[in-house]
Design a protein around this ligand. Sequence first.
Ligand code: HEC
Ligand code: HEC
Length: 214
Amino acid sequence: MITLDRILISSLFLFSLPIAHADQGQNVFTQGGANPAAMACQGCHGPDGLGMAAAGFPRLAGLPVGYLSKQLRDFRDGTRKNPIMEPLAKALGDEEIAAVSKTLAAMPAPAAPTTRRQQMASNATEQLALYGDWSRQIPGCVQCHGPGGAGVGEHFPPLAHQPATYLTAQLNAWRDGSRHNDPNQLMVGVAKAMTDEEVKSIAEYFAAGQEAKP
Ligand code: HEC
Ligand code: HEC
């Protein structure tokens, strides 16, 4: 016989699942994972998840959930190397990775830059960002990372509003092989074809968050 209690209990159970999941992500973010080696994310990525530019800690708020969970798994299996994030990600369980990625993706991010499609490049850096350099087989960054580097879908992360030091470090990590987690090696070729000067200037270009030019 189905009693009112039963119905109440089963509906509570149904509703408590997603709620517990969301709370788990929030807990990992503010307090850390069940394993103490998985330190609270907000300590380095900021209470708002917007990162710490001075330290080169990236923004996580508003990044695609698929990209975030992939990066955490990549740190775990070593296809992406970093002395801070590797041990931390290894201490996170699958469920914690899924939950914290969901929480981070839902956190408010700075407004995406608005750029027009037929934008004119005003200097060599912008030329590279918008159109690339086909003589070196570099496609424009925005062709994968979206207008203004705002990010596209689950696989192409935003570049806009990330610290310049962080973007530079990532491009250099592909060049020296310490990051080799890009699907189909989409980034390795791009990064290796760039000069030191270009890496620095393009990182500053995207970090500033580009607005539409008349
Ligand atoms: C002690 C400081 C510290 C703590 C705590 C920390 N991180 Fe990080 N995190 C970093 C640094 C530094 C990087 C940049 C790594 C690199 O250069 O590859 C990073 C990078 C990342 C990235 C890659 C972002 C991107 O754009 O590709 C993700 C995802 C991430 N952290 C998630 C987390 C999560 C989730 C937590 C909490 C469970 C956390 N981090 C806690 C320092 C920290
Ligand atoms: C053909 C597509 C493609 C092009 C063109 C491209 N990227 Fe990427 N980029 C990617 C993908 C895919 C990733 C994510 C790799 C992963 O999953 O770890 C990425 C990641 C990055 C990251 C790391 C972001 C983070 O949060 O850690 C940086 C920095 C970057 N790209 C810079 C650039 C710059 C600068 C250019 C232009 C010179 C460029 N990309 C052009 C596909 C591309």
